[in-house]
Design a protein around this ligand. Structure first.
Ligand code: GDP
Length: 524
């Protein structure tokens, strides 16, 4: 492809993740999007996979038990002239650093909120990562078919809890049993709610009155909604495309994923404002344009195959520029070695097809026998490229780890070294006892670690849970080892930087009171 063709291809890509707290409705929405794209014919397919009733892949134990699979990590389909890449962000017990890192590979995010619950902890955590990246965030207030909280409250909460301005694109008319429809400010129409049916649109005149629908015009709920909308028009935030692009303002859509109400309206507007792939920053501070002719990309996730008969892993690469072609040679920046990319997977939903070409915004899965680490850059051409390092995330869960068999220290250390390098878990060493402590964002990371130590390094490990801790780094110049206690354990990370693991907020506050001049910092 020449640059012109590349540019046309890149501009059709929309690569995003859905961020939400478990049970807010992410799976249900994803399913509808796949239906729009014509990739699944029946609602329930993604769900069935999630609960393990779908055809089992050859991935084993942990994966099957938890229903994780490579095929659902990335879903690609075509819709309305765009090629959509949805990257899954696992929740529940599968929540891990991978979930965070996936957000490094998307160009925008859809935040799904249960309108009865409002903003929940996991949504908040994921939101903060998106906010840090400054990517556009679109909000879907879900479960409108149920009685939920006051819409005004929900919108206020976005501003007060998350600190993002909100612009409601539509506004509910009733809710739960009394749901009549949504007042679509953006398209200036009312979308009537008809359970199980195609929704019906009613046009509005310049005074926001329904055209040719007396029943709606006389509906008290509609009048209430009209008042709310007029209030929003006067006193609310203005629609601002630039602020959407920088993630300072989120367009808010109400709807119900379960009954497929408002989902298409949301998605169509989303596609209008969601960005195509943008330039990516290198470690040196240069920008690599998506339509640059040389290929480049970075590894944001490595998924180990849990099946001991298949030791291979899949390295997920976000393409940042150029065009991927099967069998091409690339350079791996970290080692300066050449690699041939012949064994590759793309992610058309439902099937794993061998990919032929892919461009910026697309994700490819490379079968890996140990060449890649998380954050690696690969590129073609003479000019070396290294993309900005992926951020480190502050772990919240900790375990003490040791080898079951003291005679097998060598394989224990080798395994830990490699798995830590790969980014599977974080490793800390206690100052006083030299104990190994592992930190993770989610429990699954420990389980995967234990499993892989046994299967790949023949090393059985003991893990002694230490529970939730608050990790805070301290400036080495300010450190006095006497500051540590059982309630704030002093450890060093793998770059030998000191940090405290605080038992809880109370212990941290106590510490800050005692040492007011000491600066404590969290990573992301
Ligand atoms: P996820 O954990 O975010 O992927 O959530 P799911 O999509 O699995 O949904 C969690 C539960 O909420 C399921 O029982 C869904 O059927 C239900 N659900 C999802 N969307 C809606 C909705 O719009 N209305 C109602 N009433 N239930 C919903």
């Amino acid at each position: 492809m020449n640059n012109q063709q590349l540019e046309t291809q890149d501009s059709t890509r929309r690569t995003f993740a859905i961020i939400s707290h478990p049970d807010a409705g992410k799976t249900t929405i994803t399913e509808h999007l796949l239906l729009f794209g014509g990739v699944v014919r029946q609602a329930g397919t993604v769900k069935a996979r999630k609960t393990g009733n779908f055809a089992k892949s050859d991935w084993m134990e942990i994966e099957q038990k938890r229903g994780i699979s490579v095929t659902s990590s990335v879903m690609q389909f075509d819709y309305a002239g765009k090629r959509i890449n949805i990257l899954d962000t696992p929740g529940h017990a599968d929540f891990s650093e991978d979930t965070y890192r996936t957000l490094m590979a998307v160009d925008s995010a859809v935040m799904v909120i249960d309108s009865a619950k409002g903003i929940e902890p996991q949504t908040k955590k994921l939101f903060q990562i998106c906010k840090m990246r400054g990517i556009p965030i679109f909000t879907f207030m879900n479960k409108l078919d149920r009685d939920g909280r006051d819409p005004m409250d929900l919108v206020d909460e976005l501003e007060s809890v998350l600190g993002i301005q909100a612009y409601p694109m539509n506004w509910p008319i009733g809710m739960g049993k009394t749901l009549t429809g949504i007042f679509d400010r953006y398209n200036h129409r009312v979308e009537l709610y008809k359970h199980g049916d195609e929704s019906q649109m009613v046009k509005l005149d310049d005074n926001n009155n329904p055209i040719n629908d007396d029943q709606l015009a006389e509906d008290d709920q509609f009048q209430d909604t009209k008042d709310s909308v007029e209030l929003l028009d006067m006193a609310g935030n203005k629609f601002d495309e630039d602020k959407i692009a920088t993630g300072d303002l989120t367009p808010v859509f109400f709807g119900s994923a379960l009954v497929n109400f408002g989902v298409k309206t949301f998605f169509d507007a989303y596609l209008k404002y969601a960005p195509a792939p943008s330039p990516h920053k290198t470690e040196e501070g240069n920008l690599i344009n998506p339509d640059a002719s040389e290929f480049s990309g970075f590894v944001f996730k490595i998924q180990a195959n849990m099946n001991p008969n298949h030791r291979d892993r899949i390295a997920f690469v976000r393409i940042c520029s150029g065009e991927f072609e099967k069998g091409m040679d690339v350079n791996l920046y970290r080692t300066q070695k050449k690699l041939r990319l012949s064994n590759v997977t793309e992610f058309m939903a439902n099937t794993r097809e061998n990919v032929k070409t892919a461009v910026a915004g697309d994700i490819i899965g490379l079968y890996d026998t140990g060449n890649f680490q998380i954050g690696d850059t690969i590129y073609t051409g003479k000019q070396p490229v290294e993309f900005e390092k992926l951020p480190q995330f502050t772990p919240e869960l900790f375990v003490r780890v040791s080898a079951k068999n003291v005679m097998k220290q060598k394989s224990f250390h080798k395994g830990i070294d490699q798995l830590v390098q790969e980014g599977a878990v974080q490793l800390y060493t206690s100052y006083t006892t030299n104990d190994y402590i592992l930190g993770a964002v989610g429990q699954l990371q420990f389980e995967v670690f234990q499993f892989r130590m046994k299967n790949e390094y023949n090393s059985e490990v003991n893990m002694e849970p230490m529970g939730h801790k608050i990790a805070r780094w301290i400036d080495p110049d300010q450190l006095d080892e006497k500051m540590s206690s059982s309630r704030n354990i002093l450890v060093k990370d793998r770059h030998n930087q000191p940090l405290f693991l605080f038992e809880n907020q109370f212990a941290m506050r106590w510490f800050k009171d005692k040492y007011p001049d000491v600066t404590l910092t969290a990573k992301l």
